[in-house]
Design a protein around this ligand. Structure first.
Ligand code: ZN
Length: 341
């Protein structure tokens, strides 16, 4: 039985640090975009509410990536749908009580919109700026992701875009994508270039067994990333290494990992239980892809309370610790210290 929440998690000011822009688009928003395109004779795609039935949140690593490559990217493929969906994502986070969000996206050209990768990043930032004017309680920043399938040159291009758009709110680079693809050592130079430019670095880490080889994990740890995402298939020696990195952020995504069966067992078995009390690293609960997995950040905190029995003070303390690992700078940290409970 679900116990009474000890906090109003929706009203609690929250920090979201691991949210993929496209994966955070709600099904209703995708449906709105589809309906408009269908009406204008601009799409042959099926209704998103049929492709992704509202109650279905059980996407695993085999079905998750094709959902994007063969469906969502084809639906959100022009300037209007990009603008509409980005604003909708920011608004949804604001309405869930998120005070600060770092969205992430892999720069992609949109030929239909006449946008190259730089044009895409600029359009996303413009939509984020517009959405923040409508939701002044929320501040949003952007992380640009390198895809594991990228070439060395494409990775450097992502870093160049991150540098170019820093003044408009790009704060970091990420490495993401299908864990069965790519060799991370390809990206060492790009990560070094980003760090040299003062950009922050977060990396999808040991998300699946395929991306948890000793060679891959030691390469990533040698980059000295500021934060790690997922942190699932981690051998004991690497766990000890992470534990000594004071101030490293761990972006843990409970519902995503459970629904996608990335961990064995259910919520109680999630490694959140193992990490949240550890001194050095700072755990931040995140949604990853709320549009796919259907659990807003307020619900992630409710799940934490329910399954790990944190007291009210422990929850508020943990939420506030997250401030230390945001990439948004000192002024933003100060603002969050003032508004968080
Ligand atoms: Zn992710």
């Amino acid at each position: 039985m679900m116990q009474e929440p000890i906090l109003d998690f929706r009203s609690m000011p929250k920090i979201e640090l691991h949210a993929h822009l496209t994966g955070s688009i709600s099904r209703q928003c995708l449906h709105d975009i589809w309906e408009k395109k269908k009406g204008a004779g601009e799409t042959d795609l099926e209704d998103p509410l049929v492709v992704m039935p509202p109650g279905n949140h059980n996407y695993d690593l085999k079905t998750f990536f094709p959902l994007f490559s063969s469906y969502i990217y084809h639906l959100v493929n022009d300037a209007d749908s990009l603008d509409y969906s980005t604003r909708s994502v920011v608004r949804d986070f604001a309405r869930d009580g998120v005070a600060y969000v770092e969205l992430r996206t892999t720069p992609r050209a949109m030929p239909n919109a006449g946008l190259d990768k730089a044009g895409y990043v600029s359009a996303v930032l413009r939509a984020m700026e517009a959405a923040q004017r409508e939701e002044p309680a929320l501040r949003a920043r952007l992380i640009l992701s390198i895809d594991r399938r990228n070439s060395r040159e494409e990775a450097h291009e992502v870093v160049a875009l991150a540098k170019k758009f820093r003044s408009r709110g790009v704060v970091a680079i990420d490495l993401c994508g299908d864990p069965t693809k790519g060799d991370v050592s390809t990206f060492t130079g790009a990560v070094q270039e980003a760090k040299a430019a003062g950009l922050k670095v977060t990396i999808h880490f040991a998300e699946a067994e395929a991306s948890a080889s000793d060679a891959e994990l030691s390469t990533i740890m040698s980059w000295m990333p500021d934060r790690l995402g997922h942190v699932i298939h981690v051998p004991a020696a690497v766990k000890r290494q992470i534990a000594t990195r004071t101030g490293i952020g761990l972006e843990l995504c409970l519902s995503c990992n459970v629904h996608a069966k990335m961990i064995v067992g259910s919520f109680e078995a999630h490694h959140f239980g193992e990490w949240w009390r550890v001194e050095g690293p700072i755990v931040v609960p995140c949604t990853d892809d709320v549009g796919v997995f259907g659990s807003p950040l307020s619900n992630e905190w409710a799940l934490i309370q329910q399954h790990f029995k944190l007291e009210r003070d422990e929850i508020l303390g943990l939420a506030k610790r997250g401030i230390e690992v945001i990439f948004g700078g000192d002024d933003e940290k100060e603002r969050l210290r003032e508004i968080m409970w």
